[in-house]
Design a protein around this ligand. Sequence first.
Ligand code: ASP
Ligand code: MG
Length: 408
Amino acid sequence: MSLIVQKYGGTSVGDLARIRHVAERVARYRDQGHQVVVVVSAMSGETNRLDALGKELVSRPDSREMDVLLAAGEQVSIALLSMALIARGVPARSFLGFQVPVRTDDAFGRARIEEIDTQSLMAAVREGIVPVIAGFQGVASDDSVTTLGRGGSDTSAVAVAAALKADECEICTDVDGVYTADPRVEPRARRLDTITFEEMLELASLGSKVLHPRSVEFAGKYQVPLRVLSTFVEAGGTLITMESETMEQPLVSGIAHTRDEAKLTISGVPDVPGVASRILGPVSAANIEVDMIVQNTGADGLTDFTFTVKRSDFDKARELLAPVQSSLKARSLSGDDGIAKVSVVGVGMRSHAGVATRVFDALARENINILMISTSEIKISVVIAERYMELAVRTLHSEFGLEQAVPA
Ligand code: ASP
Ligand code: MG
């Protein structure tokens, strides 16, 4: 008998028929002799609706009360799923975050889990009751309700699985696993049977929306076996694994992309110590995340400085840079929000040189101009004009033979 934590996302509990389907699925696992602990998200669209409501009422809603509001979505779905299970003959009990309890810090809207008390959950499991836990929610030391940040119920599930030392954490969702590329962009993309934590972490932070990046980080840290699979189609999904020495690693496991990019360039700034911090200081003080940074070698004591931000932060970053431009007496400030980032990810590139060259050659053959490049041990990212994004994904996907059964 194994203990399995199953997390159902918003679309999996999006309406009553789907909730009944989830209850069936949970019942089936139980009939097979497994102990099941369930974590659910709010019904799809619900958290957005609540968020909009709060923001319509007041322009800057109080962050503590905003968490009470947002957490309401999960209260509805755990109650409905528990009712469906009980009606199906499966003993079930709903748990709000504070009832578990899932203890967090008090950073409303982005709380971090500190500890999960497993006593009440284990007591329920021993009695044959399926705990149905509200994802996304926690409780701070002063008993305030907290939330973990949008998409945070993946992290709740992994944390519950880690605390319970579960045999597996299943992320049950509307896709049947992790693909070599987004199938909407590259129809020949292949579902991966396995992928390493490191690769998954890169893919998750590079725009693949399958898993919340923090949940992958958590799973890697606590060595929770994690599987992404479909709620609706019975299949094995993708298992996220520890890298094993003996496993033959493909050079490249996947191609990620994100359109959510913009870049800003300050040209002709004095090439002196402290310039980078004067340019980026105000940007990071405004909590704008900077991704890639490039500074040219200066000529005539002047240099150009370019960096990328999320497209939604573009206007604000530009406004912040205007005074910096004048105080640095920079020649110009320009920006481009029509860019995209395409990344090639694979642990195999750690031991093989030449992946970067193949990326650049393949893009050059398609006449795709690279605007910026950044690399890590297992990833190469390029920034290109957004209109070439789909072509770049497909070009790189075929360059590394990802549509075949055995990648190059
Ligand atoms: N309901 C929350 C959200 O929509 C948490 C989650 O779905 O993971 O962000
Ligand atoms: Mg979600």
